[in-house]
Ligand binder design. Structure first.
Ligand code: F6P
Length: 369
C-alpha cells in the first residue's frame, strides 16, 4: 500500500477514442474509494499551460458525481489535443518564426505547487512518450494505452480499436449492396496512421476483395487484375479497403498536412488515388468513401468499455502499489504493467506473417502484392 497519495490528476492526449470516458470514470471511482482526490486537466496539458483561458482554471475537481453515467459516451469529458506536444512546444517568435521549446518543466512545477502526487496519462504513442519524459523528471505517472489505430507495442490491444473496426465493418456491409447494384468498385479509406490494423480487421470481417495496408506496398495493377478476375467470374463489383498510410510500391504516402513543430503529419487521399487508377485500368465506375473521423466517434463497444474500465482501475491499483513509469497493458486474461520506456516511440505494425494476413490470403483477398 502506498500511504502518500492524496491527490491525482488525469489527462487525455492525442486523438480521441471511444472508451476514454470509461477510463476516466474507473480512475475517479477507484481513487475516490481509496480516499484520494482527483483532478482533470483540460485538453491534454493545455489546462496547465493556458489556465487563464478556462473558466474553471483548466484543472478541475473530478468526483463520483461528475463521472456518473459516462461509461458509454464517446469522446473525452476532459477534452484532448494532438497539437502542442509539451516536449516540442511551438513558440511563436516576434518575427513570425516558430521556435521549439520544452515545457515539461512547467507541468512538474504545477504538480508540485498544487500538491498533486501522481498523473494518470491516457493516450497513444505521443502521450506515452510525454508521460515517460515526465516520469524521468520525477513525476509519478501511470500510462493507459489508447488509440483506434491499435499500433502500440506491449499491449495485446488498445481500447477504441474494436469500436472503430466494428463501425468500418458495418460500413463495408452496407457498401456491398450498393456496389453490387451499380456494378462499381467501391474504395473505402480508413484511418490507422502508419499501421494497417483497422483496414485488415475490418476488410477481412466485412468481405473486402482487396485490402491495402502500409506494411505491404501495393501494385495497383495487381488490384486491377483482381477486379477484372472477379468480373470474368461474373461478379461485377469489388470492395477495396485502403488504410490511409498505404502506399504504392516505390511511391509516397498521401499527406494532407505536413508535420510541424508540436504535431505530426496528417495522412489522407490515398483512397481517391486508388479509385482513380482502378477506373483507368479497369474501365469500371469507381467511388471512394472516406470513413475518417466517423471511426473515432460513437459509443464504445462492450469490449472497449470493459478494457477501458479495467485499464482505469488497474492504473489506480498500480499507483496504490507504489508503481510509476509503467503503462497498463492487456495480457489476456489479465492486465499487466510494462515500463513506459519500452513503449514510448515504438510503433507496432501488422506482422506480415501473422495469421490474420494469412487468413486474408487463404480466403482469396488481394493485398496488392
Ligand atoms: O491516431 C488516431 C488518428 O485518428 C489516426 O488514425 C489519424 O491519422 C489521426 O488520428 C487523425 O488526426 P486528426 O484528428 O488530427 O485529423
Amino acid at each position: 500500500m502506498n500511504k502518500h497519495i492524496k491527490r491525482i490528476a488525469i489527462c487525455t492526449g492525442g486523438g480521441d477514442a471511444p472508451g476514454l470516458n470509461a477510463v476516466i470514470r474507473a480512475v475517479v471511482v477507484a481513487a475516490s474509494n481509496r480516499g484520494w482526490e482527483c483532478y482533470g486537466i483540460r485538453d491534454g496539458f493545455n489546462g496547465i499551460f493556458f489556465n487563464e483561458r478556462y473558466s474553471d482554471g483548466g484543472v478541475f475537481r473530478l468526483t463520483r458525481e461528475s463521472v456518473r453515467g459516462i461509461t458509454h459516451l464517446g469522446g473525452t469529458m476532459l477534452g484532448t489535443t494532438n497539437r502542442g506536444n509539451p516536449l516540442h512546444f511551438p513558440l511563436q517568435m516576434p518575427d513570425g518564426s516558430v521556435k521549439e521549446i520544452d515545457r515539461s518543466g512547467e507541468i512538474i512545477e504545477f504538480f508540485a505547487k498544487k500538491e498533486i502526487d501522481a498523473l494518470v496519462s491516457i493516450g497513444g504513442d505521443g502521450s506515452l512518450t510525454i508521460a515517460a519524459a515526465l516520469c524521468e523528471k520525477g513525476l509519478r505517472v501511470v500510462g493507459v494505452p489508447k488509440t483506434i489505430d491499435n499500433d502500440l507495442d506491449k499491449t495485446e490491444t488498445t481500447f477504441g480499436f474494436d469500436t472503430a473496426v466494428s463501425f468500418a465493418t458495418e460500413s463495408l456491409d452496407r457498401l456491398h449492396s450498393t456496389a453490387e447494384s451499380h456494378q462499381r468498385v467501391m474504395v473505402v479509406e480508413v484511418m490507422g496512421r502508419y499501421a494497417g490494423w483497422i483496414a485488415l480487421h475490418a476488410g477481412i470481417s466485412g468481405g473486402a476483395h482487396a485490402i491495402l495496408i502500409p506494411e505491404i506496398p501495393f501494385d495497383i495493377k495487381k488490384v486491377a487484375e483482381k477486379v477484372i478476375r472477379r468480373e470474368n467470374e461474373g461478379r461485377q463489383y469489388s470492395l477495396v479497403v485502403v488504410a490511409e498510410g498505404a502506399k504504392p510500391m516505390g511511391g509516397d504516402l498521401a499527406v494532407v498536412e505536413a508535420a510541424e513543430i508540436g504535431h505530426a503529419e496528417r495522412l489522407g487521399g490515398v483512397g481517391e488515388m486508388v479509385a482513380r487508377k482502378l477506373h483507368e485500368l479497369t474501365g469500371k465506375d469507381a467511388r471512394v468513401v472516406v470513413l475518417g473521423h466517423l471511426l473515432r466517434g460513437g459509443s464504445p463497444t462492450t469490449f472497449d468499455r470493459l478494457a477501458a474500465l479495467r485499464f482505469g482501475a488497474a492504473a489506480v491499483r498500480a499507483l496504490d502499489e507504489g508503481q510509476s513509469g509503467v503503462m497498463v497493458a492487456l495480457a489476456h486474461p489479465n492486465v499487466n504493467y510494462v515500463p513506459l520506456l519500452e513503449v514510448a516511440g515504438r510503433m507496432r505494425g501488422v506482422p506480415l506473417d501473422c495469421d490474420i494476413v494469412r487468413t486474408g490470403r487463404d480466403v482469396g483477398i488481394c493485398f496488392g502484392d
